[in-house]
Design a protein around this ligand. Structure first.
Ligand code: SF4
Length: 180
């Protein structure tokens, strides 16, 4: 049987969705027998591979690096799952949107709350330029499956992945399993 090539990606999120993935507990062992994890913060692989079957994308699009990453991820993945509320709606990451631009966020983080050498990073490559507006993943690239929740419960994540292992599309019913 062909092993599924699975990736997980961490964009503008708190990593809680990835922690919930780990809460699958012992089913992770079954999963490991059926997939190759080809890219993930868990695996520390530097470059996104070219032939990914399924990718779980945590987090919203909040900076220019996220924009580049999600376009690469979309180009090289057959099925993209918007993983958690930050990816699906913007959620917590998008709370800064009413401020209207990136400037007040930069001022608050790098100037107002800093005691030593307050300064907004200017040097290219130090901090990816943040976007004026945070957007959900599907505003930038097409999404195949939405997995809401903050975070999605481990049960819900398993419910999404199990059918995919059999080559079937998940039917994500059971709203009571959505956790906010
Ligand atoms: Fe964190 Fe919730 Fe966003 Fe997941 S959806 S990255 S748990 S804030």
């Amino acid at each position: 049987m062909t092993r599924l090539r699975l990736a997980t990606v961490w964009l503008g999120g708190c990593s809680g969705c990835h922690m919930s993935f780990l809460d699958i507990d012992e089913w992770l062992i079954d999963l490991a027998g059926q997939v190759d994890v080809v890219y993930s913060p868990f695996a520390d692989i530097k470059e996104y591979p070219h032939d990914v079957d399924v990718v779980l994308v945590e987090g919203a699009i909040a900076n220019e690096e996220h924009l580049t990453t999600i376009r690469t991820v979309r180009e090289h993945s057959k099925l993209l799952i918007s993983f958690g509320d930050c990816a699906v709606t913007g959620n917590v990451t998008a709370l800064r949107n009413p401020l209207g631009s990136a400037e007040p966020v930069l001022q608050r983080c790098y100037v107002e709350l800093v005691d030593l050498h307050p300064q907004i990073p200017q040097e290219p490559g130090i901090v990816p330029p943040i976007l004026d507006k945070v957007t959900p993943v599907h505003y930038v690239v097409p999404v195949d499956i939405y997995l809401p929740g903050c975070p999605p419960s481990a049960t819900r994540i398993r419910e999404a992945l199990e059918p995919l292992l059999k080559g079937e599309k998940p039917q994500l019913t059971g709203r009571e399993l959505i956790k906010f």
